[in-house]
Design a protein around this ligand. Structure first.
Ligand SMILES: Nc1ncnc2c1ncn2[C@@H]1O[C@H](COP(=O)(O)OP(=O)(O)O)[C@@H](O)[C@H]1O
Ligand SMILES: [Mg+2]
Length: 285
């Protein structure tokens, strides 16, 4: 179409562009990988395509069980259209099995099953290294209010329940995952909380049930093996790419990739949201 798009934000894994309407944004999934607060960096061919596909699939599945998400439709192999939301600056992490920073911080042995899913909050601030915070910090500093937190925690639990079952059926253990939520205001001042950002092997830990092999971003963090191979394995088990995979001699197989984008759009449907409360969007100046 030749229309020039306006870049809104460039993050570590994605670029956000203005969408066709003012209430939408385009997410472009980059091949860049970063870890340890961007201390470790690389470009990995195929990562963006796989994350775009996996995230849109998972978001669609979650919509199906009544979780309101920002996802609208897939646009092409690297891009998806979402509703624009006001991101709540809190990363919500749900853990089923101990791994990563939990082990480091508390000396828990990696692989320990937790007695119940553990919900943690991190303040979204790269300069501060996304510090661990409590719900009280969130309320005290006004990052979200108690009504919003109630909704967010309830959604985090439901997402965990659903994804646990889904991955278990595919021979994968969902060790932990990170989600972000955003605010959307309705016509009459209703406030909706939507699941936003992405759910992908960049934001989940997934271990093979049989072998314990790590198929997620820890492959990159700790040089455990080819990253895209792990992500492809997840996409294959989800039924999103053919057995032969997405890559051909280190490059994306365009024929396979171009078939990926239409599927989820057929599932796009009219969504009904449940308002958390009715309020006025605070005026910023
Ligand atoms: N629907 C949305 N509307 C507005 N912003 C969003 C939406 N979904 C995600 N974002 C934000 O866009 C950015 C995505 O880019 P990413 O590369 O993941 O950034 P980061 O480096 O901050 O993790 C994040 O800051 C995320 O909070
Ligand atoms: Mg991110």
């Amino acid at each position: 179409m030749g229309t020039k798009r306006t870049k809104i934000y460039e993050g570590k894994a994605k670029i956000l562009y203005e969408g066709p309407t003012s209430d939408t944004v385009v997410h472009y999934f980059k091949d860049d990988a970063t870890a340890f607060n961007a201390e470790k960096k690389a470009t990995i061919a195929g990562k963006g395509v796989l994350n775009n596909r996996i995230s849109s699939h998972i978001m669609t599945k979650l919509e199906g069980i009544g979780i309101p998400t920002h996802f609208l439709r897939s646009m092409n192999m690297r891009e998806q259209l979402t509703r624009k939301v006001e991101i709540i600056p809190v990363e919500v992490v749900v853990r089923n099995i101990a791994a990563g920073s939990l082990c480091k911080r508390l000396g828990v042995k990696e692989g320990t099953y937790l007695a119940k899913p553990l919900v943690e909050f991190y303040y979204k601030d790269d300069a501060l290294g996304d510090p661990l915070i409590s719900e009280d910090h969130i309320i005290t500093f006004g990052w979200a209010d108690p009504y919003e937190m109630e909704e967010i925690v309830a959604m985090a639990w439901r997402i965990n329940d659903y994804l646990n079952g889904m991955f278990m059926g595919l021979g994968l253990k969902l060790v932990d995952f990170k989600v972000e939520f955003g605010r959307l205001w309705g016509e009459y001042g209703e406030l909706y909380i939507l699941l936003a950002d992405e759910i992908s092997p960049d934001t989940c830990r997934l271990w093979d049930t049989e072998t314990g092999e790590k198929l997620d971003k820890d492959r990159f963090r700790f040089d455990l093996g080819d990253l895209v191979e792990g992500y492809q394995e997840i996409a294959k088990r989800l039924g999103l790419i053919p057995e032969g995979g997405l890559m051909k001699e280190g490059e994306i197989n365009e024929d396979v990739a171009s078939q990926l984008e239409e599927i989820e759009n057929e599932l796009a449907k009219e969504r009904k949201f449940k308002a958390v409360k009715t309020t006025k969007k605070p005026q910023k100046n």
